[in-house]
Structure formats: structure tokens, C-alpha cells
Design a protein around this ligand. Structure first.
Ligand SMILES: *Cc1c(COP(=O)(O)O)cnc(C)c1O
Length: 373
């Protein structure tokens, strides 16, 4: 292992900035000239363009992915006494919003093949109090939506698409399958703003209209409030930046997928498949590789070894949500969700951002080989 290689960052937005800076500057100038900073025509245009890209009837831009989930659940009138089912192996926000509304997060273990909510275990968790189900398309691969829908019946599905913009489930973009799809434009997501941002999608016009009001304190018209909403508005500057970036998203996704295929090849050629098990691509689930996640033997020492070589690698997520202190009152014990607990000990995300070069991927795999062989 040559030790004079430059460090390989886990993620680096400065490379993408070189590609988009001209268009982003023009977009910002457009907003500066109007001095209209909240919602307005830029946000409306972004919503139209996102709805077209995601092939849904309506897209409503909001302040973050967390607020997308929160506003969606509020629109479905989730509250005290309700239960909302989701996975314990996700970013905190998915379950945090359930708790914030006074409802109870009910966890269902993951399928070890795709790290997503296991539809085979869902039926046992459904009760008369189940108000919604939040499948998460983790790492960019769609959950088993047909199977989940089959068990859910008429219970609305709120898709957490924060890691999966552009992913297609059997040819249908995620976000248009359930009652709502919730997206994040956090800077590190596959389509990132220059700050916080989010989006809610739906094919139900009535739900969309209610959500539009929810975004502005349940208000329509001005100063008339029908229900209590929030400030879930997106800035015009963020919308203008996202509009400059959206046309490039399919190309960036293709680069992530090509990077993933390259990793597979490199890891197989190095004879490392038994040590770092490759992510499975399930039929019809359309992985867009927000993360390229392997299951590694002796994961933590491997990660430390890579760090010493200047190679970034991250763990999503080191503590399942049922084990979090803030959810202790839900009464879950360690051992309750064994696949989630196994995953938290094994998963390691390798650098996969679109601008990562092939020689850098080769260096990452050489670093892994250096540890095991
Ligand atoms: C990023 C993310 C969120 C939250 O999005 P923010 O924009 O950071 O609020 C929710 N769920 C998942 C799965 C995410 O990855």
C-alpha cells in the first residue's frame, strides 16, 4: 500500500461546485433582482419541475426532510393515541416526527437483504391504532412496496425518500407510491441545497391542498386559520439553486451507479467478498446509491485502519432507534430487532459521491485489502 496517496474524502462537495457554480450564480442573481425570498415563483417552478421529474401530480417544497415527514403526518392528522409503524434502522428524523406529534413509534425489524422494513414482519405490528406506516428507502434502494401495501391495506403509507430521489420501484419513481413521499435537500443528499430544504409529493390533490396550507400555519386566505400548521416554507434562494442542479441529477445518479459497479468489480478481483459483503440489488428496487454500504468483518478496526490511510468511511447507523435513550419509554429491549442490531455492528459506507475518481475507488479497495490480507 503506497502511503503517499492524497487523502480520499468520504464526501466532497467542492468538486460539484466547480461544475455548477456558473448556473448557481445566475440563479442567485435572479432571486436577488426580485428581492422575493420566501416561496414565490422560484419555489413554484421548482415544485413543477420536481413533480415532472418524479412523475407525481403534486410536489410541495418545504423547509427540510424532517419537516416534510412532520407536515405529511400532520396532514394525515396523526396525534396522541395513534401508532405509526416504521423501521428502527434509519435516520432519527423518521421516528422523531412520530414522537413529536404525541403518537407512538412502532418498530418493525429490517430485511437483512436490503436494510428496509421487512414486510413479512409487518402484519404482527399492525393494530387498530395504526394511523400510518413509514417505509424508508434506505441508502437509495426502494423498500418492498407491493408487499408493504398488501399488509397495510387502507392504512396510508408515507414514503421516506430522503435518500432515494430518482429511485424507481418497478419503473415508478419513489414518492408517488404511497399517500405521500418525503424528500430532503440536505447538502449531502443526492440533490442538495445550500442549506436545509425538503419536498413532499402526492398524487392526491386534496391532500396536496391541505399540505400547502399546513406549510403556512394552516392559513387560507391570509390570517384565516382552519387548523394549526407550522412554518415549513422553503427559501426562494434554495429553490433557485435546486433548479440549477436538478437537470444534472440523472447524470449524477448514473455516476453513483457506475461507481458502485466498479467497487463490486474491484472487491471481487481482490478476493475480498467474504470479508466485505457487497450490497444486494433486489429485482425491481432500482438502487441509486445514496450510500454504498458493505457488511464488514471486524468493521470498527477496518474503519480505523482506513482512517489512518486517509480514507473516509462512515457508519449509517451505529445505534438502532429502539436502543436510543430518548425512546426508552417505548419499552423496547436490546435483542428486540436482531437484524437491525446486526446491521448496526456490520455496516460500513464507502465513498460513493459522483465526482469520486476510479483511481480513488481502487485506492479505497487497496486500503481494505491491506487490512484483511
Ligand atoms: C436526511 C434524512 C432525513 C431528514 O432530512 P433533513 O433534511 O436532514 O431534515 C429523514 N430521513 C432520512 C432517511 C434521511 O436520510
Amino acid at each position: 500500500m503506497p502511503d503517499q496517496k492524497p487523502p480520499i474524502p468520504f464526501f466532497d462537495l467542492t468538486r460539484q461546485w466547480l461544475e455548477v457554480s456558473e448556473d448557481v450564480h445566475a440563479a442567485l442573481e435572479r432571486v436577488f433582482a426580485t428581492q422575493q425570498f420566501i416561496l414565490g415563483p422560484e419555489v413554484a417552478a421548482l415544485e413543477k419541475e420536481c413533480a415532472a421529474f418524479l412523475r407525481v401530480k403534486r410536489a410541495v417544497a418545504v423547509s427540510s426532510g424532517t419537516d416534510a415527514l412532520l407536515a405529511a403526518l400532520m396532514t394525515l392528522e396523526v396525534g396522541p393515541g395513534d401508532e405509526v409503524i416504521t423501521t428502527p434502522f434509519t435516520f432519527f428524523a423518521t421516528a422523531g416526527v412520530i414522537h413529536r406529534l404525541g403518537a407512538r413509534p412502532v418498530f418493525v425489524d429490517i430485511d437483512p437483504r436490503d436494510f428496509n422494513l421487512d414486510a413479512r414482519k409487518l402484519a404482527a405490528a399492525v393494530s387498530p391504532r395504526t394511523k400510518a406506516i413509514i417505509p424508508v428507502h434506505l441508502y437509495g434502494q426502494a423498500a418492498d412496496m407491493d408487499a408493504i401495501r398488501g399488509v397495510a391495506g387502507s392504512v396510508p403509507l408515507v414514503e421516506d425518500c430522503c435518500q432515494a430521489i430518482g429511485t424507481e420501484y418497478n419503473g415508478v419513481p419513489v414518492g408517488g407510491i404511497g399517500a405521500f413521499g418525503c424528500f430532503s435537500f440536505f447538502p449531502t443528499k443526492n440533490l442538495g441545497a445550500f442549506g436545509d430544504g425538503g419536498l413532499v409529493t402526492t398524487n392526491d390533490e386534496a391532500l396536496a391542498e391541505r399540505l400547502v396550507d399546513m406549510r403556512v400555519h394552516g392559513m387560507r386566505p391570509k390570517y384565516v386559520h382552519h387548523f394549526v400548521g407550522g412554518n415549513f416554507r422553503l427559501d426562494a434562494l434554495q429553490a433557485a439553486i435546486l433548479r440549477a442542479k436538478l437537470p444534472r441529477l440523472p447524470g449524477w445518479i448514473a455516476k453513483r451507479q457506475a461507481g458502485a459497479a466498479h467497487y463490486r468489480d474491484l472487491i471481487a478481483r481482490a478476493g475480498l467478498e467474504a470479508k466485505v459483503r457487497l450490497p444486494e440489488e433486489l429485482s425491481g428496487r432500482g438502487h441509486t446509491y445514496h450510500q454504498f454500504v458493505v457488511r464488514a468483518e471486524r468493521r470498527d478496526p477496518l474503519r480505523e485502519h482506513l482512517a489512518k490511510l486517509g480514507i473516509g468511511a462512515e457508519v449509517y447507523y451505529p445505534i438502532s432507534l429502539h436502543e436510543q435513550e430518548c425512546f426508552a419509554d417505548l419499552g423496547y429491549r436490546r435483542g428486540a430487532f436482531q437484524e437491525s442490531e446486526r446491521a448496526e455492528a456490520e455496516v460500513l459506507a464507502l465513498p460513493i459521491f459522483p465526482e469520486l475518481r476510479p483511481d480513488e475507488r481502487a485506492c479505497v479497495v487497496a486500503g481494505i485489502a491491506d487490512f484483511y490480507l
